[in-house]
Design a protein around this ligand. Sequence first.
Ligand SMILES: NC(=O)c1ccc[n+]([C@@H]2O[C@H](COP(=O)([O-])OP(=O)(O)OC[C@H]3O[C@@H](n4cnc5c(N)ncnc54)[C@H](OP(=O)(O)O)[C@@H]3O)[C@@H](O)[C@H]2O)c1
Length: 269
Amino acid sequence: MEDFHSAYGPWALVTGASSGIGREFARALVDRGLDLVLAARRIDRLESLADELTRSSGVSVRPVQVDLSRPDGVQRLDEATSDLEVGLAVSNAGAIIPGSFLHPSAETQAEFVQLNATTPMQISHLFGGRMAERGRGGIVLVSSTSAFNGVPYLANYAAVKAYQLVLGEALHTEFAAKGVDLLVLAPGPTRTEMADTEGIDFAQLPMKWMSPEDVVAAALRALGRKAVVVPGATNRVMRLLTTRVMPRRASVALWGSMMRRAADDALIP
Ligand SMILES: NC(=O)c1ccc[n+]([C@@H]2O[C@H](COP(=O)([O-])OP(=O)(O)OC[C@H]3O[C@@H](n4cnc5c(N)ncnc54)[C@H](OP(=O)(O)O)[C@@H]3O)[C@@H](O)[C@H]2O)c1
């Protein structure tokens, strides 16, 4: 734990810490002795998590209310952390929009790109720059197994997750030269509030669920060792099948037919 703290302390930023994978990152990082900046929109959730963690472990926790689908979201993170040495940044906040690409407005799709692609890029630039100056630190970009090929009826989600995957693979090499570890975490189905997203019935999909605790444990084991981690043997087999064994167009068609079944008819006019 002392090694982890000296590599990635004293402060860690976790975006999307009000639930799911982000909340588990917060708990796991407190166990490793890091102080925390917790970011999301639901400030009440962040404050009660901050109370819980401060009381149980004595670390310092700073909750920050921010909407990361807005162009000035990362500027708010910059201001909220300007007096802190952030040694680990976990860019985790995200959402899905199931159904036809044409169903939501172009403006909604653009906000979605800001949250799931532009914001993680800006976080990598801001905190990667600060860490490179110090010659140490770590960044985790939370992508998805949806990043490996196009997914009809989850098109923009697969596209933004692919952006994070490809950006992160490259930055892993660039940042390593500066002493900064960058990891892309690509989880498969994970039991979080995202599974309750309106308009999609995940029970229709042949998926093996993981707990957020196991996903976060896999990420923290891989940080500093790998460029990309796919937690769970089933997810790794699926990745192998859909990227190496099946022709790419067949993978896209397979995902499309599964999503067509799972997405609400009203979202696929
Ligand atoms: N669950 C899965 O099956 C799965 C699989 C692969 C990848 N992932 C990825 O894992 C990450 C975490 O998702 P999760 O499964 O833990 O889902 P979750 O429980 O729904 O958590 C999503 C988090 O993102 C935050 N968030 C959403 N929109 C935001 C915004 N506009 N500004 C700031 N924060 C925002 C939410 O906080 P507020 O609502 O309070 O703002 C929440 O803390 C996401 O990037 C997701 O794409 C999830």
